[in-house]
Write a protein that binds this ligand. Structure first.
Ligand SMILES: Cc1cc2nc3c(=O)[nH]c(=O)nc-3n(C[C@H](O)[C@H](O)[C@H](O)COP(=O)(O)O)c2cc1C
Length: 480
């Protein structure tokens, strides 16, 4: 399906803060769909405020929040004039749960508002926000915050986002809305949910209805797409179809898990995406995972796709949210031919394969991973579960082993796990400082396909911008 109003290029939502507002802003200005990552923005915004918000961007965004007192509450709590003292830890923020305090709810709303507002500031280009379905409990608040800033698209993957279309309808009308949450070990027929009351969050203010964003479900196969598309309540407005070569978390191979000699999951014929099956569904779709090249864009269009979603090419650009020294090391190792990625079946506590760039000094190093003292203080990837006494609790395979197993976690789920929450926030330049003065080590994710970035670096050895990447994808400039 082709529709001139639909973007041909979607810049993937890359967490945590790799798709920062600065990247999405550049992309949207160039007329492609700029997407901010909505993952962990409560942590990111609270920490940027504690670092003093040197350029004043966040304070400018918070000043535009529709109910000033609500934004001021967040500012008063987290902002540190001039930034933290060197070596001082960031203050703790509540870990996502099914029972959030009002301040935690407001932090999510305000943080997502700010990131989208900054990405949209001063131009008319389209901006989206990307969420992970498996991080369920914060979604009503994160989506509401993004919508208060007028987000044009919501994208969600890593799960079955069947309830999101209805949630967005309700949030646009500021209605009280519930989102079901999966809770492990629940009794049959037992259901759990989180409920947002937008009026309470907004201190009782009466607000105009919001724009209802276009919703794109990120899927890895047409079976899930067909399931979502067949009922108007669950039907998204389109699909991003993501192959297992994409950066970030990947869908596991279908069928029995088989590992190759290097311990990476083996994907087979059942994992191959058939664009014709998506074309048959009659909804627009974008192809993702190694589609970041000019010829690939044309190929996608010829297959009936509305376009492509591209991540790695933008992550490697000078506008991404990677810590500058990490970006620099990625660039030099790509140029000298030593940069590789690995599909790590263990790193993520979710059990999903996670793509890890092999970079010394980061948690691609299994020795470093094993050495890191375990602590679970961010908690975005925790699994809610029902205790034998009926109460709700949370566990994470990357938390201290004894805590995980005491809560019913299996011994064989522990080996090789990384704390992705702390490590990804560290790779965005916001690492927690521990009592002994050490900083949380980073982890870097990138897709398998590094050719596009290599081609652009050949003509821009000191780095290329997101605008350069878009011009190249559109065939307006040449790479090497
Ligand atoms: C650094 C990085 C982080 C990513 N993080 C996320 C994420 O948090 N959520 C998500 O849905 N996709 C994530 N992705 C996937 C991208 O949104 C996009 O679909 C993918 O990168 C496309 O494949 P490509 O990397 O081959 O271009 C990430 C990709 C990269 C490179």
């Amino acid at each position: 399906m082709t529709d001139a109003r639909l973007p041909q290029i979607i810049q993937g939502g890359m967490g945590v803060a790799v798709s920062s507002w600065k990247l999405a802003h550049k992309v949207a200005r160039a007329g492609a769909l700029g997407v901010v990552s909505g993952t962990g923005l409560d942590i990111v915004v609270a920490r940027r405020l504690q670092d003093g918000d040197a350029d004043g961007d966040l304070r400018r965004a918070l000043a535009a929040f529709p109910v000033p007192e609500v934004a001021r509450e967040i500012l008063d709590h987290y902002f540190v004039e001039g930034g933290r003292e060197p070596g001082q830890p960031y203050i703790a923020i509540p870990r996502p749960s099914l029972t959030e305090t009002l301040r935690a709810q407001r932090l999510q709303v305000v943080a997502n508002f700010a990131e989208v507002w900054l990405a949209k500031e001063g131009h008319d280009g389209p901006v989206g926000v990307n969420f992970l379905e498996k991080i369920q409990s914060p979604t009503p608040w994160t989506a509401y915050g993004a919508m208060l800033a007028g987000v044009d698209y919501v994208l969600m993957g890593a799960g079955i986002p069947a309830h999101i279309p209805h949630l967005l309808d309700q949030l646009a009308a500021h209605e009280v809305a519930s989102l079901p949450v999966d809770v492990a070990e629940s009794l049959p027929d037992e259901t759990w949910a989180v409920t947002i009351d937008p009026r309470e969050v907004m201190g009782g203010a009466e607000l105009e209805p919001l724009h209802r964003p276009t919703f794109l479900a990120i899927v890895a196969n047409h079976v899930l797409a067909q399931y979502l598309a067949r009922d108007e309540v669950t039907r998204p407005d389109g699909f991003v179809v993501e192959a297992p070569t994409a950066g970030g978390h990947n869908a596991p191979p279908r069928g029995k898990l088989v590992l190759d000699d290097d311990g990476q999951p083996v994907y087979g014929p059942r994992d191959v995406i058939d664009p014709a099956k998506f074309a048959d569904l009659g909804l627009p779709f974008w192809l993702a995972g190694s589609w970041g090249a000019p010829a690939r864009l044309q190929e996608a269009l010829s297959l009936g796709a509305a376009g492509i979603q591209v991540g790695t090419l933008f992550a490697m650009s000078e506008d991404s949210g990677f810590r500058p020294d990490i970006r620099e090391r990625l660039r030099t190792s790509l140029i000298d031919g030593t940069l590789t990625t690995r599909t790590d079946p263990l790193a993520s506590p979710t059990g999903f394969p996670f793509k890890v760039a092999q970079l010394p000094g980061t948690l691609s190093d299994l020795g470093l991973r094993a050495e890191r003292p375990k602590v679970c203080d961010l908690g975005h990837l925790r699994t809610p579960f029902r205790r034998a006494d009926g109460r709700l609790d949370y566990r994470c395979a990357s938390e201290p082993d004894h805590m995980f197993t005491r809560k019913g976690g299996a011994d064989d789920e522990i080996a090789g796990r990384a704390c992705l929450c702390n490590a990804l926030v560290a790779s965005a330049g916001l690492p927690q400082v521990r009592k002994d003065g050490t900083e949380e080590p980073p982890i870097v994710t990138l897709g398998d396909d590094l050719d596009g970035a290599r081609a652009l670096l050949a003509t821009h050895p000191d780095g290329y911008s997101a605008t350069d990447a878009i011009a190249w994808l559109r065939g307006e400039t040449t790479g090497a």
